[in-house]
Design a protein around this ligand. Sequence first.
Ligand SMILES: Cc1cc2nc3c(=O)[nH]c(=O)nc-3n(C[C@H](O)[C@H](O)[C@H](O)COP(=O)(O)OP(=O)(O)OC[C@H]3O[C@@H](n4cnc5c(N)ncnc54)[C@H](O)[C@@H]3O)c2cc1C
Length: 360
Amino acid sequence: MPDSPASPSPQGSPVRGGVRVHERGPHLRAFGAGIFLWENGLTVLRELGAADAVLADSHEAPGWQERDADGTQIGSRPLPLPNGLRMVTLTRQTLYSALLEQAKASGVQVRTRSRVVAAGPEGVLRTADGRAWPADLVVGADGIRSAVRESLGLTAEHGTFPIGLYRFLVPLDRAPGEHGPWRDYVNYWNTRLARRVLYVPCNSRDLYLLLSAEHTDPALRTPLDADVWCESFPVLRSVLADLPPRPRFDRYEIVRLRRWSTGRAAVLGDAAHAMPPTIGQGAGTAMINALNLARAVAAAAPGDIPAALHGWETAGRPVTEQTQQESLDALRGLFPRAGERRDEVWTEGTLNAARNVPTP
Ligand SMILES: Cc1cc2nc3c(=O)[nH]c(=O)nc-3n(C[C@H](O)[C@H](O)[C@H](O)COP(=O)(O)OP(=O)(O)OC[C@H]3O[C@@H](n4cnc5c(N)ncnc54)[C@H](O)[C@@H]3O)c2cc1C
């Protein structure tokens, strides 16, 4: 949650000409296990000088596969994609550490245990300790349940879908082999039980697993029952036999706003445009919109910031909304029907979302 203070406040101390991040947690840390980063996210990392550090500890699989619960292949797509479109996987901690290093090198200050409760269009951030932090620009990047968004009255829609999922990392050496399909990304489907395991190598050490099902499915009860998941996916027994009892749980959600900003206060990332993670684009979209926000305001005089925010939204919103729509379309046909082939792994719209260009 960055602010960019302009003048001293009677309560909050200013960072002249700089950026301060307020984080409610006691420590800076990533959560959510692994992540897919597409071309849009990689473009941002290159721009920030963080791409080398991230790519050195990420994985670029030779292919994507769709398999049924016994391991029979029902679809595949070779990688990398045509025309240089890249997709890599990594742990969230790798991404977070590289971004944090660049932020600190740029002089960004971070206040942990600083919970934001509201923001105002005049450019003031208010924290739970009763302090006010005036700034040229306030950005609410405070996630799906954004306090900044709610205080500014910007929400148009916040919906939750009936799918639940767990995410966690296991050692990659539990996978039955280092070559062939075990280096690929694989979506495993149990069509009878409507359960899914997404299998994602992240680097030479970590395997990211995502377990999902209808949110009422008893298989999602904690502590997680490894036997239930091993029986549902016999071919994955070696990686499912020792599950963390209570990994991070999420539901698929969507957020749409009336506007992305008001006055000197803007909302960014999941706070502004959360989407189901069906096409792996939530963070990539947040990152490219953040880069474009920085470009828009860097060129603006303090008095022109509201207009710069308006221009930023006008330019970025159409592709963001198409990307959200792609994620919703992918959700509708998420679970294959028995006997269905899955060779069309990504639509042209999904690939355009990754390129951050509109689909005609
Ligand atoms: C299951 C799943 C899989 C996903 N997979 C992918 C993927 O492969 N690729 C991809 O691009 N995206 C993926 N996403 C989406 C991605 O995780 C999000 O889009 C991304 O994390 C959004 O980043 P953010 O910074 O906007 O919000 P968050 O990551 O939610 O960060 C918000 C931050 O603000 C802090 N905060 C919250 N409230 C306050 C407050 N009041 N005061 C101060 N601090 C506060 C939080 O502690 C946190 O540090 C996935 C999402 C899910 C649920």
